[in-house]
Design a protein around this ligand. Structure first.
Ligand code: SF4
Length: 469
């Protein structure tokens, strides 16, 4: 059962010191860079409000904008497909690749592609799949799934990458410098770009009034994935729409600052479908697969605010849970706070409840979200649903029921708290508890802070008496 797996994954992650180093290196740097980028952009808050309004408007009129996008994409010469779920979407892509007699397929990073299981579906059909994003190239060599939506190889250190490139690149380099590693990957990938039959990308935005597909990368690999092959396939979630290019601009400003802490992304491209008669380059055919996979359920399930998500990853960089366990422990494509809200829609609440219950609800994720998604509120909504549907274990439900009774009886609450503090005292050493009965789930992987001084209620009463005296 997935729930037990989550606990095992968490335990493995907490006992992996190398993983801890890898996560801290990247997320701490990302936090700092984002903070600087936001500080240096005086219009950030205004743009955030604008971004939220644009996404809310599109979600409200999704049917209208989807129809408009389809009409204009077809007018550009693209073929538009509609996919109900992950299997359907993957099958559409596989069928197109077979129809085109494709052997080699290049892919630019797309979390939607991961969500619909596209890499595995292409591998099952024996296509030669080449991941072209640098981090995706690394994890393809390692045989790992992505552990972050922006930095898929975040769980690996530079030393791991050096080893992987030495083992797998045709002309491995001896250097451990980042610039040399990047050159080595570029050399390795270049001939694949030029010999691929099909290039597959995701979409950061779909522009309704022009039928364009916008991709954003820092490596230019999306352009090299879409231009040389004769077929370009786009897989995109139906929530990726914006009314026009002008509406995409504020969201692009928010995305880059929140994702990488830069002021501008190196490559932002609006793809216009297949090449026209006078164009020298470009694909001969362009297919756009619009994927639902639970998104319309989010509209009716009070989860529609989650459809604002622009996949920047800032919420996971600032999440205390993610920072300790990394992305793989979640056991799903989308980790961190946004994953805790999205995954139950995709995998079902029974299979995705543990990450929902692991959240501390400290609110940092909402604070940094560039489109102001109330992630803690949505996580609490899942918890409420889980309680109503009796998803959690009997033991946990019993504990919550006991707490609920206590919380409604202040005197009993106070008495129990005082007793608990007394009972914890014998296990306390220099302010910390390393072990005590019934606290194994906590103390196995970290020490518990021993209660200090008086409880909140005692301090509150004392202060009040002082003020009244
Ligand atoms: S929920 Fe917000 S912060 Fe998290 S990935 Fe989506 S847009 Fe970014």
């Amino acid at each position: 059962m997935k729930q037990n797996k989550f606990k095992r994954n968490v335990s493995d992650a907490l006992n992996n010191p190398k993983l801890k180093v890898a996560i801290r290196r990247t997320t701490d740097r990302a936090d700092a860079k984002r903070a600087t980028a936001v500080k240096n952009f005086p219009g950030f808050d205004r743009t955030r409000e604008q971004g939220q309004k644009i996404k809310d408007h599109v979600i409200e009129y999704l049917d209208y904008y989807l129809a408009e996008f389809e009409r204009n994409a077809i007018a550009n010469g693209s073929i538009v497909h509609w996919a109900k779920n992950a299997e359907h979407a993957s099958q559409i892509v596989v069928d197109i690749c077979h129809e085109q007699g494709a052997k080699k397929i290049t892919r630019s990073k797309s979390m939607l592609g991961e969500e619909i299981g596209l890499p595995a579906a292409l591998d099952r059909e024996d296509f030669e799949r080449v991941e072209t994003d640098l981090a995706e190239h690394i994890i393809q060599l390692a045989g790992d799934p992505p552990s972050h939506i922006v930095w898929p190889a975040l769980h690996l250190t530079r030393e791991d990458v050096v080893d992987l490139f030495r083992e797998n690149h045709q002309n491995p380099i001896e250097s451990t410098q980042v610039v040399d590693l990047v050159s080595s990957a570029r050399r390795e990938l270049r001939h694949h770009f030029l010999s691929a039959d099909v290039g597959i990308t995701g979409a950061n935005f779909l522009v309704a009034d022009t039928g364009q597909v916008c991709t954003v990368t820092n490596e230019g690999n999306a352009e090299l994935t879409t231009t040389p092959p004769k077929v370009h396939i786009v897989t995109a979630g139906i929530e990726k729409l914006v009314p026009s290019i002008a509406h995409a601009m504020p969201l692009l400003r928010l995305l880059v600052r929140s994702a990488t802490g830069a002021d501008i992304t190196q490559y932002t491209t609006f793809h216009n479908g297949p090449k026209r008669g006078t164009d020298l380059d470009g694909p001969e055919h362009c297919h756009i697969v619009l994927v639902d996979n639970g998104r319309t359920n989010m509209l009716k399930d009070d989860m529609k605010e989650m459809l604002r998500c622009i996949r920047c990853g800032a919420c996971m960089n600032h999440c205390v849970v993610y920072k300790h366990i990394g992305g793989h422990a979640y056991g799903s494509v989308y980790p961190g706070p946004m994953g805790a809200v999205i995954t139950p829609n995709i995998d079902g609440l029974n299979n995705a409840f543990e990450p929902v219950s692991a959240c501390t609800l400290n609110g940092k994720c909402q604070e940094v979200c560039p489109v102001n998604i109330p992630l803690p509120t949505l996580i609490r909504a899942w918890r409420k649903k889980a309680w109503e549907k009796k998803v959690d274990t009997i033991r946990n439900r019993f504990l919550v029921a006991c707490f609920s009774q206590l919380a409604q009886r202040p005197r009993l609450f106070q008495f129990t708290t005082n007793m608990a503090i007394l009972m914890m005292k014998p296990f306390s050493r220099r302010g910390w508890i390393r072990w005590m009965p019934f606290a194994g789930s906590w103390t196995t992987n970290r020490d518990l802070l021993a209660p200090q001084g008086q409880s909140f209620i005692q301090q509150y009463q004392k202060n009040r008496e002082r003020h009244e005296a």
